[in-house]
Design a protein around this ligand. Structure first.
Ligand code: PLP
Length: 406
């Protein structure tokens, strides 16, 4: 019996959507590993640190105390109160518990918000390079992504003139992600001030900020979020965040947002008809994370910084590669423009960043993600949230393989 889906059975909505390209390269790397190759995977955006022990203990205690049942759909009162406290203490934002939504990872919260607000033809401005999921989430929710390329010369950041030019009467959302995945570029207060000034002229545009990497930052760079920078925008900003990256809790699947109560209620309706509450045990763990000590972060950020600097020095030392210094997150987004046109030993020409990433996988045994997956070429992204020794091996292999290109 043929058990494959025929394409005609799939929805037309799906035809516009790509599977996540970061997952595709991870799959290919895994396939090569199964064949016995020693691949260094730099494609996955996941800290290699463990969840802090006080968070794990809180989860165990929650299980023993019987916190194993359904909870309120968009978060327990305890977790919502912890999130209110986090926004107040860390960001200077005053949300009420009715303005807080908790979902199964930051991803679900963002997706809920888009599903709750987009009608056919509604536009969402997405600065590129972007986190891979934004455009496809917009398409799945029935909207239209409007990609605004923000080049290296602009520090990979959206400027006020670029934003002004992209806004139309159909613009519903602007997506802002700082520090950014994939570039690590962080928006300063001045950057956000300039963007806010444009938005004040366009009251129909809402802002979806993705602050997932807030706590991972370097060299004294100060995190800022737009609802705090311009309080007059507070009522049209959804401030999204989560515990996945800062607390090394990717598998626990807890993300959250603060925003206008009517939007938050609509997001809960969607969640109530899809996944219901996020895991009760994970929510208890997130309370411990958000109300517990943060001192482990400084130590971890220092390790990330050392790894960042190791990779920066290595890449900037390779003829044909160049890389900006990121303010935060744990990614580098080097340019491989200088590699375009070079020839592999097997005679194949590197014509794009996809070719370069394929070359690195095949010839250097290092898995990276081509920049085009993030909407800007020719670049590639590496995650340096990987053991320092493995990073060192990867850098050496990349330098050696690159020197064989002619
Ligand atoms: N936003 C950004 C920019 C991310 O990089 C990620 C994860 O890679 C997410 C959101 C999703 O986070 P979560 O794992 O909590 O769904």
């Amino acid at each position: 019996m043929n058990t494959h889906f025929k394409p005609t059975r799939l929805s037309s909505r799906l035809s516009a959507v790509r599977p996540s390209p970061t997952i595709a390269i991870t799959r290919l790397a895994n396939e090569l590993r199964r064949q016995g190759r020693d691949i260094v995977g730099l494609s996955q955006g996941e800290p290699d640190f463990d969840t802090p022990s006080h968070v794990k203990e809180a989860a165990k205690a929650a299980i023993d105390a019987g916190a194993t049942k359904y909870t309120d759909v968009d978060g327990t009162p305890e977790l919502k109160r912890a999130i209110v406290g986090k926004f107040r203490n860390e960001n200077g934002l005053s949300y009420d518990v009715s303005q807080i939504s908790v979902g199964t990872g930051g991803k679900q919260v963002l997706y809920n918000a888009l599903c709750a607000t987009l009608d056919a033809g509604d536009e969402v401005i997405i600065p590129a390079p972007y986190w891979v999921s934004y455009p496809d989430m917009v398409l799945l929710a029935g909207g239209q992504p409007v990609i605004v390329p923000c080049g290296e010369a602009d520090g990979f950041k959206l400027s006020a003139p670029l934003l002004r030019a992209a806004i139309t009467p159909r613009t519903k959302w602007l997506v802002l992600n700082s520090p950014s995945n994939p570039t690590g570029a962080g928006y300063s207060v001045a950057d956000l001030r300039a963007i806010a000034d444009v938005l004040l002229d366009h009251p129909h545009v809402m802002v979806l900020t993705d602050d997932m990497y807030e706590h991972i930052r370097y060299d004294g760079w100060q995190f800022a979020t737009i609802a705090a920078v311009e309080p007059r925008l507070f009522d049209r900003v959804l401030t999204c965040n989560g515990v996945s990256k800062a607390y090394a809790m990717t598998g626990w699947r807890i993300g959250y947002a603060g925003g206008p109560a009517d939007l938050i209620a609509a997001m809960a309706t969607i969640q109530s008809q899809s996944t219901t509450n996020p895991s009760s045990v994970s929510q208890a763990a997130a309370v411990a994370a958000l109300t517990g000590p943060l001192d482990f972060l400084a130590e971890r950020n220092e390790v990330f910084r050392e790894r960042r600097d190791l990779c920066l020095a290595a890449f900037n030392g390779v003829d044909g590669l160049s890389c900006r210094t990121p303010d935060g997150a744990f990614y580098l987004f080097p340019s491989c423009r200088g590699m375009i046109g070079r020839k592999r030993q097997d005679g194949r020409i590197i014509e794009s960043d996809v070719d370069f990433a394929t070359f690195l996988l095949e010839e250097a045994n290092v898995a990276v993600v081509p920049g085009s997956a993030f909407g800007l070429a020719p670049f590639f992204r590496i995650s340096f949230a990987t053991a320092t020794e493995r990073l060192r091996v990867a850098c050496e292999r990349i330098a050696k393989a690159s020197s064989r290109l002619s």
